[in-house]
Design a protein around this ligand. Structure first.
Ligand SMILES: *Cc1c(COP(=O)(O)O)cnc(C)c1O
Length: 436
């Protein structure tokens, strides 16, 4: 029997050639089951799969597509750049322009280095933090993702403030022996960790608004304590803003915390996703004295054949220019809030527990009455119920992240009608779930 489902046909072909049929695990729909949609094209707030089925897109390539797909100014900038050359392995003016744009938007950054992926940026930032401080240990939090560098593929060990265990085969325990994994938003544990290891901590790396355990904010007292303890112990506070940077606000999550904590700044920032506008581009930045430790000025080695790629920088620059226009984030914030409030009202009308939160163009919702504060709580979500919701929405042309521990993204291309259609599809699904 041959299927007419092109997604299924492509998935079968892909599985024979690419592990799991995908080039990044979450795309395989393993958590939710079913056949991954193979995307053929996208425009604005929509993409179309290999069967020609249209979806309202709430993953936006996992964050980068903040303007929606195929924004004319971005397409034009990329087309122009392509004609000028794909890659030179020598410096270009656009790298300088992008560095200027990033530094203007993020006041905590004096200097920046461009790379090609968030993983690379996070890995390099940690090497730099270790090199600049001459210390070994790093602190991370359970549920935060900082890319797949070996030292970061780690989960909490047993007991308070113990060093972690690898979460991936192929990572020897020795490689994560200097990575301390703590519970997000747990001030007591944080303080205990600094009491025990303070003088050895090179950096504390955190997703300030965590988007890799759905959507969980660092509480203001917790963030304040992170800042105080890093300063007190001479450790660098590294914000992983690969997801939140230029997404939750023009100045990233650090600008949100700066409004809540006077004078607040991280020491290092890791960026990606939106700054490439959908092309492979990421960056890390810090104060001048730290950044000058990098090769060729300093002893911390870091390099990349395609770093600062001329086409990617054109795409990133055009994207940053659009999102810097007056009113952009106000509008995006309002659209995202209308989605979250629409979903919560629809759930309430059907008697289903659901709560949500958002900042700028990033959102999350939970099948709970109360917003969770850490990974352990997020992971108590009823998986089968989430999967029913996911497939119910997918069948109705709404594409949310195919895993309950991922945040969602709204773009400037999403219209009030798209939000209304999404909420009405969700309400239908909530009703069927409540009857089941
Ligand atoms: C996506 C992401 C990364 C990794 O970026 P890649 O470009 O996928 O390597 C790192 N940190 C955070 C917070 C992310 O969301």
């Amino acid at each position: 029997m041959t299927s007419t489902d092109r997604n299924l046909q492509l998935f079968e072909r892909a599985k024979a050639l690419i592990p799991g049929g995908v080039n990044s695990p979450v795309r395989a729909f393993r958590a939710v089951g079913g056949t991954p949609r193979f995307i053929q094209r996208a425009q604005g707030a929509y993409f179309w799969d290999a069967n020609g089925q249209r979806y309202i897109d709430y993953i936006g390539s996992w964050g980068p597509m903040i303007l929606g797909h195929g924004h004319p100014a971005v397409v034009e900038a990329v087309q122009k750049a392509v004609l000028e050359g794909f890659s030179f392995g020598a410096p270009t003016e656009r790298e300088v322009e992008l560095a200027e744009a990033i530094i203007n938007l993020v006041p905590s950054i004096d200097m920046v280095r461009l790379v090609s992926s968030g993983t690379e940026a996070g890995m390099s930032a940690i090497r730099l933090a270790r090199g600049a401080t001459g210390r070994k240990k790093i602190i991370k939090f359970e549920g935060c993702y900082h890319g797949h560098a070996d030292a970061l593929l780690v989960k909490a060990g047993s007991g308070l403030a113990t060093f972690g265990n690898p979460t991936s085969a192929g990572v020897p325990p020795e490689v994560v022996q200097h990575t301390l994994v703590l519970e997000y938003n747990n001030i007591e544990q944080l303080e205990a960790a600094f009491v025990e290891h303070g003088p050895d901590v090179a950096c504390l790396i955190i997703e300030p608004i965590a988007g890799n355990m759905n959507f969980v904010r660092a509480s203001v007292p917790f963030m304040k304590r992170c800042r105080e303890l890093c300063t007190q112990h001479g450790a660098l506070l590294a914000f992983d803003e690969v997801m939140t940077g230029f997404r939750v606000a023009l100045g990233g999550a650090q600008s949100v915390y700066a409004q809540l904590i006077p004078g607040f700044e991280p020491d290092m920032t890791v960026m990606g996703k939106v700054i490439g506008g959908g092309m492979p581009l990421a960056a890390f930045g810090a104060k001048r004295a730290v950044m000058e430790q990098l090769a060729p000025l300093g002893g911390v080695y870091q390099a990349g054949t395609l770093s600062g790629n001329p086409v990617a920088t054109a795409c990133g620059l055009a994207t940053l220019k659009e999102i810097s226009k007056p009113g952009f984030f106000e509008q995006l914030t309002a659209t995202t809030q209308s989605l979250v409030s629409g979903l919560t009202s629809a759930a309430a009308a059907e008697g289903m527990p659901l709560c949500g939160d958002s900042q700028g163009g990033m959102f999350g919702f939970f099948l709970f009455d109360e917003l969770p504060q850490n990974y352990a709580k997020v992971m108590t979500t009823d998986g089968p119920r989430f999967n029913t919701l996911f497939h119910g929405l997918l069948d109705r042309g709404v594409y949310i992240a195919p895993a309950l521990y991922e945040a969602g993204f709204v773009s400037a291309a999403h219209t009030a009608q798209d939000i209304a259609d999404t909420v009405s599809a969700a309400r239908q699904v909530f009703r069927t779930m409540q009857m089941a």
